[in-house]
Write a protein that binds this ligand. Structure first.
Ligand SMILES: *[C@@H]1O[C@H](CO)[C@@H](O)[C@H](O)[C@H]1NC(C)=O
Ligand SMILES: *[C@@H]1O[C@H](CO)[C@@H](O)[C@H](O)[C@H]1NC(C)=O
Ligand SMILES: *[C@@H]1O[C@H](CO)[C@@H](O)[C@H](O)[C@H]1NC(C)=O
Length: 505
């Protein structure tokens, strides 16, 4: 593909040379005039085939182009090469792109170009070998609005790398090699709204590294190597609306980690290794509406963990290790979950079918959100033997389903141990197609859709009673909950202690 492009380009240049023989003469004449531009080659119309840079512009006439798409070939070009001054031939360029080919090279931000283009709004450089960005690399441009530098091997950002750029709104440094963010890299950028740092190897955010970004709306740290997040990381981001920290290595969320983010509305923490969120982990997030924690390792959620996020109406907990989700945990947001646009997703957990989940029946009944309804209808939980048997007994009393249940039993009896795998597949299919016949008294982790289990059959932790309860948890339930979560609590507490210690050191 790249090679074809090259051939096309050479062909194009050749045709161009033939067709513009007469124009050449004009140009020579033009060059000899006393124009301030006369010593420069028109960068949109470069005839020299061995030129290291070729640009394609939407207008090739001198001083008319607003867009230039430039390619760097032939071993690359030095920072002080006189060629760069040819950009004076097209002072109206607003959008400038540099694509660096495999045989090319560009190891720096071409400041000599930026400084010459006083209408430049959009700069994009990709596939270059720029290992670091020095201070004031963009020459205090007062016109640049967007800088996109994806895929350039950038590892180091010097202090003031992005500084004094009063119109700058968007910066992308995605797919580079940045490992840490120092303070004052981003400095006097009063209009910066979006900062993309995804797909780097950032493992350290120095305290206050975003301190000057008071107008930032979106910060994308997706796919990095962050293991810890603390309040000091986010100083200054008082207008941030979206924080994306998916695909990092976070293991826990400590107290008030996001408390500087007063305006935050969307927080994405999916695909981390979060096992523990401290009770005030989301403290201060009074505007948060959407919290996504899918694909983590959460086993327990503290009762008070959502208390500070009273506006929350989208909660994603897919693919964690939750055994239950108590009504108390959702106490401050339960009314929001009944609104039209609410969503709560719990698929892919290890929820146990017991009365701690009976409030979800009520929510299913009362919510106006189709998404909440659909999600709850889909939700399955793991039954214990007693519940399984109770459901069987209930069914056998019902003559309509007698036949189905018999066939279910028969199927199970017909199977021997050696085709267990196939059996599991069948169960899965049955569960997807028809919950009525898909039960298995021998399988410990047999799942069933929560909404298909009558509320009054959900067992409570009290071993004596299988009666449903809508009341607050009993002592037994509390005890049950505590013993089942205790190992993790201990692990988390020691981990927190370790973190504190590391920070002190
Ligand atoms: C940019 O502005 C700052 C502050 O006014 C100044 O210190 C710095 O030298 C300027 N840099 C360039 C490259 O113009
Ligand atoms: C910044 O990026 C957003 C989203 O990609 C885009 O809608 C917006 O127009 C950009 N703004 C500028 C000034 O380039
Ligand atoms: C669901 O709603 C119906 C009628 O609105 C009510 O009779 C029933 O008790 C409710 N069920 C639950 C579990 O709240």
């Amino acid at each position: 593909m790249d090679f074809r492009y090259l051939i096309l380009m050479i062909a194009f240049t050749t045709v161009e040379i033939n067709l513009t023989e007469s124009r050449q003469n004009d140009k020579r004449r033009w060059k000899s005039e006393k124009s301030p531009y006369s010593q420069f080659v028109n960068i949109c119309d470069i005839q020299d085939r061995v030129s290291k840079v070729h640009c394609y512009c939407e207008n090739i006439k001198i001083k008319t182009a607003t867009k230039a798409d430039c390619w760097v070939f032939n071993g690359g070009i030095a920072e002080d090469d006189p060629f760069w001054s040819n950009f004076y031939s097209q002072p109206k360029i607003e959008r400038l792109t540099f694509n660096v080919r495999a045989d090319g090279g560009l190891t720096y931000i071409p400041a000599k170009v930026i400084v010459r283009l006083d209408r430049l709004q959009y700069l994009n450089i990709q596939y270059a070998n720029i290992f670091s960005i020095p201070s004031f690399a963009f020459t205090n441009s007062t016109t640049l609005r967007e800088i996109a530098l994806p895929k350039n091997k950038i590892g180091k950002l010097e202090r003031m790398a992005f500084a004094h750029l009063i119109m700058l709104a968007n910066v992308s440094l995605a797919e580079n090699q940045i490992s840490e963010l120092q303070r004052d890299v981003f400095y006097v950028l009063p209009n910066l709204q979006r900062l993309h740092l995804s797909k780097n190897i950032i493992s350290v955010l120095h305290d206050g590294c975003f301190k000057h970004l008071n107008n930032l709306i979106k910060l994308d740290l997706n796919s990095n190597l962050l293991t810890v997040v603390i309040r000091e990381n986010f100083q200054g981001l008082s207008n941030l609306i979206t924080l994306d920290m998916r695909n990092n290595k976070l293991m826990m969320i400590g107290d008030l980690s996001f408390a500087e983010l007063w305006s935050l509305q969307e927080l994405y923490l999916d695909d981390n290794e979060i096992e523990f969120i401290s009770e005030r982990g989301f403290g201060g997030l009074t505007q948060l509406k959407k919290l996504s924690l899918a694909d983590n390792k959460l086993g327990v959620l503290d009762d008070g963990v959502l208390d500070d996020i009273q506006k929350l109406n989208v909660l994603n907990l897919i693919n964690n290790k939750l055994e239950t989700l108590k009504q108390e945990t959702l106490r401050s947001v339960i009314e929001n979950m009944k609104s039209n646009y609410a969503l709560i997703s719990l698929d892919g957990n290890r929820l146990i079918c017991d009365c701690r989940l009976s409030w979800l029946h009520k929510l299913r009944n009362e919510t106006r959100s189709k998404r909440v309804k659909a999600s709850l209808d889909r939700l399955s939980c793991v039954m214990d033997n007693k519940l399984k048997n109770n459901l069987v007994n209930m069914k056998t009393q019902n003559t309509d389903t007698q036949l189905k249940i018999n066939s279910g039993y028969k199927k199970e009896i017909d199977r021997s141990d050696d085709d267990e795998e196939e059996f599991e597949d069948d169960i899965y299919d049955d569960a997807m197609k028809d919950q009525d016949i898909g039960f298995d008294v021998s399988k410990k982790d047999y799942r069933r859709k929560l909404m298909e289990i009558p509320v009054d059959m959900l067992p409570c932790a009290s071993k004596l009673s299988y009666e449903a309860t809508f009341s607050p948890p009993t002592q037994d339930e509390v005890k049950y909950y505590k013993t089942s979560g205790c190992e993790k609590c201990l692990a988390s507490i020691s981990f927190m202690a370790l973190c504190t210690l590391t920070r002190i050191l």
